[in-house]
Ligand binder design. Structure first.
Ligand SMILES: O=C(O)CCC(=O)C(=O)O
Ligand SMILES: [Fe+2]
Length: 283
């Protein structure tokens, strides 16, 4: 595939992140980055870079549902597995949701993010799930889940986990390109985007180069990733796509192994029962 819309991508090399004990400008006390992750609190100078990589830039056309070369010089291609629902929530619901989140504790996470988790405690490496402290999805999510189920794409969507993330530009918050787990988590990843517009970047190696597709995420919209967009393309939120505070809630369903007929169906049913009680407190 010819793709002339190109830049060089400098890859950040490992930044060892010390714990910062003084409060930052925004009142946060420590940084939680580990390994290659970093944020503006722990980056004390320019980070070292590895040789630049060629990147071919595309934009996701939400009407045609395909990736279009940013300068129009290469052929568009289909990118299945992206569903966008604009104005999924109202401005009033958004304010209420974020205000509730802000009454709970936000836990520091990697790459300058903060998070709140409503779900089982999971060790993905050891493939262990602990249900003990899980009390369900938050009460306010009941209405959101019921609304999701009104669309064909999500009519049988039954989430067992909700993760709220808080991204702020002053912390350089972002999320590195990654694939979500698919041992425990099922086909659809559903995210509600709040407080500001942003861009989700999908990436795929292409020989020595990389394809990147910018997917616009409007404030108050809902995004579903499935199929190739969930399992083949990595997803990321780049630091320079966070220009104002952004909060999102990601809902995840169970994989086949944890559904009726699967080897861990009993555990799955227990998780679903708890999740959909909507009486959750953050872990
Ligand atoms: O911030 C987002 O929209 C994506 C979050 C994400 O990819 C994740 O939590 O796995
Ligand atoms: Fe993810």
């Amino acid at each position: 595939m010819a793709a002339p819309c190109v830049t060089n991508r400098a890859t950040v090399s490992e930044t060892v992140c010390e714990t910062v004990s003084a409060p930052g400008a925004d009142g946060f006390v420590v940084c939680a980055c580990k390994g290659v992750r970093s944020c503006l609190l722990c980056e004390k100078g320019p980070t070292q870079t590895e040789p630049a990589q060629i990147v071919h830039h595309y934009e996701y056309d939400t009407v045609e549902k395909r990736a279009v070369c940013a300068d129009g010089r290469a052929a568009p291609f289909a990118l299945p597995g992206i569903f966008l629902w604009d104005d999924f929530i109202t401005a009033q619901e958004e304010a209420e949701l974020v205000s509730h989140m802000d009454q709970d504790t936000w836990t520091l996470s990697q790459s300058g993010r903060r998070k709140q988790d409503f779900g089982p405690k999971v060790n993905f490496k050891k493939k262990k799930v602990r249900v003990a402290h899980f009390s369900g999805l938050p009460a306010l999510s009941r209405r959101l889940v019921e609304r999701m189920q009104q669309d064909n794409t999500l009519c049988d969507f039954a989430p067992v986990e909700q993760c709220n993330l808080d991204y702020r530009p002053e912390r350089g918050a972002h999320i590195e390109p990654h694939l979500d787990d698919s041992w425990l988590w099922g086909e659809r990843l559903v995210t509600v985007n709040m407080l500001s517009d942003t861009t989700l970047t999908l990436s795929l190696p292409q020989g020595e180069a990389e394809l990147q597709v910018a997917v616009p995420l409007r404030r108050r919209s809902l995004l579903v990733l499935s199929g190739p967009a969930r399992h083949v393309w990595k997803h990321a939120i780049h630091r320079d796509h966070i220009s104002q505070r952004r909060v999102c809630s990601t809902f995840r369903e169970l994989s086949k192994e944890f559904l009726p007929g699967g080897a861990q169906a009993e555990l799955g049913s227990q998780l679903l029962h708890t999740a959909l009680s909507f009486s959750g407190e953050p872990l």
